[in-house]
Design a protein around this ligand. Sequence first.
Ligand code: UDP
Ligand code: MG
Length: 317
Amino acid sequence: MKVVSIVVPAFDEAGSLPELHQRLTRMAEREAAYRFEILFVDDGSSDDTIDVLRALRGGDPRVRFVSLSRNFGHQAALSAGLDRATGDAVVFLDADLQHPPEVISELLRRWEQGDQIVNTVRRDSTHVSFVKRATRRGFYRLVNAIANVRVQPNSADFRLLDRQAADGLRRIRERARFVRGLIYWIGFRQSVVLYDEDPRFAGRPKYSLRKSFQLAFDGIFSFSTVPLHFATLTGAVVTLGAFLYAGYSAYMKVVAKTAVQGWTSLIFVVLILGGVELMTLGILGSYIARIYDEVRERPLYLVKDASEVTEASSEET
Ligand code: UDP
Ligand code: MG
C-alpha cells in the first residue's frame, strides 16, 4: 500500500486545525487505496495549536506532529515536515483551508499517471484583495523576467512531490528558501492542477508584509544575479557621463574661460553619483548578507517536541 504524507505547516492555526483534520479524514476515507500520514508542523505557535495537535494525535493514528522551538517561517516549516515525511509521495498543504483538501485527490490521480511533481495554480481569487493580487502579479513578472527560474504566476505552496523529487528537495539546504523556485530547479516530470482558493477558515493571515517582502527578495536574490549586473551597467553609464562632463568642464576652464557658473550641474552630478553608489552598495550588501547567512550554516530549524519521542531532540542541518 502506498503511503502519502501530508505536510501541514501551522503558525497559530488552532482555530482551523479541527476542521482541516475532519476534511482530510473524509478525503482519506475516499482514497482508501492509500495509507495517509498527516504531519503537522507547529511553527512556534503561541496559541494552543500544540494542544489541539496532541488531541488530534490522541484520536487518530494518522496524525503526527513536530513542534519547532520558535517561529522559523513557512518555508523552514515545510522543510521540517519534509524531513520527517515517510510517504511515497509528500503533499504540502496550508493549515488555513485555503487549499481545499479535496483537491488532493486530483493530485494523486496525476501522480498515478506518472507526474513526479504536481503543482497547483489558483484560479483568480476574489477573496484576495486587489492590492495583494496586483503585487503578486508584479512579483511573478519580475522573477520570471530576471531570475533563472520559471515560476507559475499564482502558484501556491500546495503541491505533491513523489519520493524522488522529495529527496531532491531535501538535499537543498540553503537558508534563503524560496520553495517555488527550488521546485523548478530540481526538475523531474511536473504538471499543474488548477484549483479555487477558499477564504481563510479562521484567524488572521500569518504572512506579514515583512515576511512577504522577505520571501520576494529571497526569490529574486537566490535565483538571479541580474541586480549585480544592473549595478555594473549603471556604474558604467554614469562613469561615461562623468568623463564627458569632465571634458566639458575642462573645456570651459581652459578654452572658454567661464568656469564659475555650473553650480547646478555640480550638485546634479554629486547627487546622481551618490545615489548610484549607494544603490550599488545596497545590491552588493544584499548578496553579501545572503553569503553570510549561508556560510554560518545554521540549522534551518530546531525541534522542541514531536509526536515521536525519538525525534524530540533531533535537529537538521
Ligand atoms: N505559516 C507558518 N509560519 C509562518 C507563517 C505562515 O507555518 O511564519 C503557515 C500558516 O500557518 C499557513 C501557511 O503557512 O498554514 C500559509 O500562511 P498564510 O495563510 O498566512 O499565507 P497566505 O495564504 O496569506 O499567503
Ligand atoms: Mg492562507
